[in-house]
Design a protein around this ligand. Structure first.
Ligand code: UD1
Length: 433
């Protein structure tokens, strides 16, 4: 297994490039299944989740290869409409194959994802939505087995409560080629979904109201392959903004390039400014100017344009670097706090009560051996290690490799003492002489 070894106390300085978005890339890859022929997707990051999903597509019959910074997906032959448990359990977004395969083949056998590191993550809206589009659904040996009557779904109306990124994507995949019109109410308006809708439109889908809470879809018999470029990763951007605020040199800007600041949403940007950190935006560059003293700012996660749940663990570390007390409340995933016991091992003073974490900032963090538990939790440990006294070993970084491209290269180029090492997780400590 691999770990990151980080010695804290070095300032972050210079320029950090923002990679292409992981969460936007996955639906784009699923959409490629709907067009017989070859889709060219630009700006697809080199990440574990992308490798996993490429494999999911290959199982269904697609040919997937790297081309430049992106992917070529040849979906001429989709002859095995299945997504196996072995891959879906590694990455829940594989469940997008339910909509993609129903839309392309009129049938699908897709493993149910099950739980995840931070508790139950239901897919009831995905399933109910497919039923509203006419699919018959059975559960067989942990798999959702779905089929469309006479091989093609029909139009339907689906109200999402709560609004869900995954269900919106899955239903758009299924409804784009359905017979007749469909409507998704309370649809997700996250930038990832808007970019995905643009790709579907480039493939010939007829969508109205994208980027709003009501999306209407006029079904067409078949989509065609398209060439499409993905957007930058907004969660990596937010993570690096926090990194610059806590580990940068006061009043010395850190530059983030290739970014889309407008994709982060007003709540994150507002909270960031209230800490005393500043930013200047020039085209796709964002300059982050760390303050002398960070002010603690409480946040509550919410769907876009609210504060992203995918940035709350990182925000907790920022609060630890402030003098004073503030809270992080997760309204989207009420028990997404696996990082807290690990951060506590580094000396962070926190209390968890329900879906709220109270952080008493100002205590100097100390290096420790800690363990990644999920993607965003692991990056929060890296942030804490950057400002901690001494050396931190962050284990199980396969979680981090799912969603952060070349993280240690990027940070070490900017002054952080960070390296990757192999280790044996199960090696017993030596008995003292
Ligand atoms: C996506 C992101 C994930 C992010 C999350 C919330 C990807 C690959 N993942 O996940 O990084 O943390 O959005 O921004 O893009 N819900 C239901 N029933 C359902 C589906 C969802 O009740 O059938 C609930 C969830 O429990 C949650 C809320 O809806 O409380 C939003 O979840 P959702 O937007 O679906 O998250 P994902 O698409 O799984």
């Amino acid at each position: 297994m691999e770990k990151l070894v980080i010695t804290g106390g070095n300032a972050l300085r210079g320029t950090l490039p923002i990679s292409a978005s992981k969460n936007a890339a996955l639906p784009l890859m699923a959409a490629a299944i709907l067009g017989p022929g070859t889709c060219r997707l630009g700006r697809i990051p080199q990440l574990r989740d992308i490798t996993t999903f490429s494999h999911v597509l290959r199982i269904a019959g697609a040919e997937v290869s790297r081309e430049g910074d992106g992917l070529l997906i040849d979906a001429s032959r989709i002859n095995f409409p299945e997504a196996p448990y072995e891959l879906v359990k590694k990455m829940r977004a594989s469940f997008y194959m339910l909509g993609a395969l129903l839309g392309r083949c009129g049938r699908a056998r897709v493993s149910l994802p099950g739980g995840c590191a931070w508790g139950p993550r239901p897919v009831n809206l995905h399933i109910d939505g497919m039923k509203a589009l006419g699919a018959t659904i059975d559960l067989e040996e942990g798999y959702v087995v779905a089929s469309a009557p006479n091989g093609r779904l029909h139009g339907g109306t689906i109200v999402l409560q709560p609004s869900s990124v995954g269900a919106t994507v899955n239903l758009l995949l299924a409804a784009s080629t359905a017979r007749g019109g469909s409507r998704i109410e309370n649809a997700a308006i996250e930038p990832d979904v808007v970019v995905f809708c643009e790709m579907l439109q480039a493939m010939g889908a007829r969508l109205h109201g994208t980027g709003t809470r009501t999306i209407e879809i006029e079904g067409v018999p078949l989509l065609r392959p398209a060439t499409f470029a993905n957007c930058p990763d907004r969660i990596e951007l937010g993570t690096f903004m926090i990194a610059a605020a806590i580990a940068g040199i006061p009043e010395k800007p850190v530059t983030l390039t290739g970014a889309r600041a407008d994709h982060l949403g007003q709540d994150f940007m507002g909270a960031f400014l209230r800490t005393g950190a500043r930013f200047e935006i020039a085209d796709d560059k964002i300059l982050i100017i760390p303050p002398e003293v960070l002010t603690p700012v409480s946040i509550v996660t919410a769907i876009y344009p609210g504060f992203p749940t995918d940035l709350q663990a990182q925000w907790t570390v920022l609060l630890a670097c402030c003098e004073g007390t503030a809270t992080v409340t997760d309204q989207v995933y009420g028990d997404r706090f696996n990082h807290i016991p690990e951060l506590a091992r580094m000396g962070i003073e926190v209390r968890v009560n329900g879906n709220t974490v109270t952080v008493a900032g100002g205590t100097k963090l100390k290096g420790a051996r800690v363990m990644s538990t999920d993607l965003r939790a692991s990056v929060s440990l890296v942030l804490a290690a950057m400002v901690a006294e001494g050396t931190t070993h962050v284990g199980r970084i396969y979680h981090l490799d799912r969603g952060y491209e070349r993280l240690e290269d990027k940070l070490s180029t900017c002054g952080i003492d960070i390296r990757r090492e192999a280790y044996d997780e199960f090696a017993a400590p030596e008995v003292p002489a």
